[in-house]
Design a protein around this ligand. Structure first.
Ligand SMILES: Nc1ncnc2c1ncn2[C@@H]1O[C@H](COP(=O)(O)OP(=O)(O)OP(=O)(O)O)[C@@H](O)[C@H]1O
Ligand SMILES: [Mg+2]
Length: 512
């Protein structure tokens, strides 16, 4: 047998207050799919950023195909045949697919003109060869997140990468897109590529990876053959204790109606109808789920409730208060909490510290501000310290750490901690466990149920049917902007929900 594709030996990287990588070893065989697994903040993205030349290691060495190399920047990585698709993509939205792909390596023809035609042809060929179905002339802003990700993959292939690093590629995808991605990964392997896959989803590891390396708190725990271990064993290796995939909960004890949506019509960002004829109640002490395929009105519904977009007609009440025309801030005061879908756009200010982000919605109120509007910084810091403790947020520098420098999953935990801590009467929760490790998912799900049991009303929007089925007391299926039916816990089976998500309607008189 030849050399390993990659050997990273004794890699160490320190950031202020944290040893992100502590003498980590990683060996990846040629042409294997190798999964990298670890808790939020374990050091996965850091290790891959070192391999891709974005960060310098403090110690350790890297060999590519048996030869020691120095990878001082991403250009050096590209020259060595290494490509990376980042956790948050870096595409220019008003450029086409091809323009994005050739950005930085544009070649000109013999007249000195940008040779877009040849580039387009090559992009089309690569797309065809790897089954990516990307149109080279589409504009990035017009294509789905899943397609954008394929453009990022194409970008690496265009640069002749034969080692591909995929950092949590499935975190932003819908279940259908994830299935397609798994096929793409297998296709890349069949074409001879070596792939490092970072994911929190054990099912994906079982589906495509041959071996898996586990990190915990910056340390190397071990490398296993995937077929020899169960999902449960992988989870334990990673968290260091047994993890429950299903949450125990008592039957709901619903009280008064907290959220009343009455026949609303909402337009989407393109000006066509996003949600129509939609009425729904959520009571205190219950979790109502919205199940559906992405793009069927979920975003418009969330925006309508939280005030991010005005509605065309109908009304929305929170505890009998008409909030239809209220601003976002007024709605927060009326008791609406929101864990948003897009954490960078609506959840956090990346240049603020954890402490500032934790009081983003109530810094101007007691106990964080005095009657005279003077901020009580010690109080704000100690509050952040409590949340860090409770939610196991890994912030190396503590409350002062900038959100931007935190790992993806830990950013998500800051938002969840803030919103739950505000204890709103209505909690609108969108894709809450995206990017979280299995241990954190277990904790967050328990907290959501605990909020329900305290009498809060919870509306949960998720693409993950498992999550909806595990947490919700009632499930509303949304399709083409309308509620196709509502099922109670227990009467819902996955098959029926899937059927309704695809557009089939519940018969009159059935369900809740
Ligand atoms: N630029 C930075 N400055 C300071 N600390 C950093 C920086 N980048 C990462 N860290 C810290 O290094 C540790 C490892 O972070 P990393 O992003 O590698 O985690 P991860 O395993 O990718 O987690 P996740 O699953 O949440 O994405 C974390 O404690 C993080 O806060
Ligand atoms: Mg990461």
């Amino acid at each position: 047998m030849g050399h390993n594709a990659i050997d990273m030996l004794g890699i160490t990287k320190r950031f202020p207050g944290v040893l992100a990588n502590d003498h980590i070893d990683l060996s990846v065989r040629d042409n294997e799919v190798h999964a990298l697994l670890g808790e939020n903040g374990a050091g996965k993205s850091t290790l891959m950023s070192i391999l891709f030349g974005s960060y310098d290691a403090d110690e350790g060495l890297i060999k590519i195909r048996g030869k020691e190399v120095s990878i001082k920047d991403p250009n050096a990585a590209t020259a060595l045949g290494i490509g990376m698709v980042h956790q948050h993509f870096k595409l220019v939205h008003n450029y086409t697919v091809t323009e994005n792909i050739i950005l930085g390596i544009e070649s000109t023809n013999r007249f000195g003109l940008l040779d877009l035609k040849t580039a387009e042809k090559r992009v089309a060929e690569l797309s065809e060869r790897y089954g990516l179905k990307v149109n080279p002339r589409d504009r990035i802003e017009d294509i789905s997140v899943g397609m954008q990700q394929r453009v990022e993959i194409l970008k690496t292939l265009y640069r002749n990468a034969d080692i591909l690093i995929l950092d949590e590629p499935s975190a932003v995808l819908t279940p259908q897109e994830i299935d397609e991605l798994m096929d793409i990964i297998l296709r890349l392997k069949a074409e001879g590529k070596t792939i490092i896959l970072i994911t929190h989803k054990l099912k994906e590891i079982k589906a495509v990876a041959e071996r898996c390396t586990v990190l915990r708190r910056g340390k190397y725990i071990g490398t296993v053959d995937v077929q020899d271990v169960s999902e449960q064993q992988l989870a334990e290796m990673m968290v260091g204790r047994a993890v429950k995939f299903e949450i125990d909960k008592q039957p709901a004890n619903p009280g008064a109606v907290v959220l009343k949506i009455d026949n609303i019509l909402v337009k989407n960002s393109r000006g066509s109808i996003g949600v129509k004829n939609l009425s729904l109640d959520v009571r205190s002490g219950e979790i109502v789920g919205i199940a559906g395929v992405d793009g069927n009105g979920q975003t418009e519904l969330i925006y309508a409730i939280t005030g991010l977009t005005p509605i065309e007609s109908g009304s929305i009440f929170v505890k009998n208060l008409d909030v239809t025309k209220m601003s976002v801030k007024q709605r927060i005061e009326a008791g609406i909490g929101h864990i948003p879908e897009d954490r960078h756009r609506h959840g956090l200010v990346l240049d603020f510290s954890v402490a500032e982000n934790a009081v983003l919605k109530n810094f101007d109120k007691y106990p964080y501000s005095s009657r005279w509007g003077v901020l009580d910084f010690p109080r704000i810091f100690s509050h952040a310290g409590e949340l860090i403790e409770q939610y196991d947020i890994r912030a190396g520098e503590g409350p002062m750490m900038k959100a931007r420098n935190m790992s993806g999953g830990n950013q998500q935990k800051v938002i969840i901690a803030r919103e739950i801590d505000l204890s709103p009467d209505l909690l609108v929760v969108a894709q809450p466990t995206r990017g979280l490790d299995v241990g954190a998912i277990e904790y967050i799900r328990k907290r959501i149920v605990a909020e329900r049991d305290k009498g809060r009303a919870v509306l949960l929007i998720s693409f993950e049917l498992d999550e909806i089925m595990n947490l919700c007391d009632r499930i509303a299926i949304i399709s083409h902007g309308e509620i196709a039916g509502i099922l109670r816990e227990g009467e819902a089976d996955e098959h029926q929900i899937g059927f309704m998500m695809a557009g089939a309607r519940q018969k009159e008189g059935e369900g809740a």
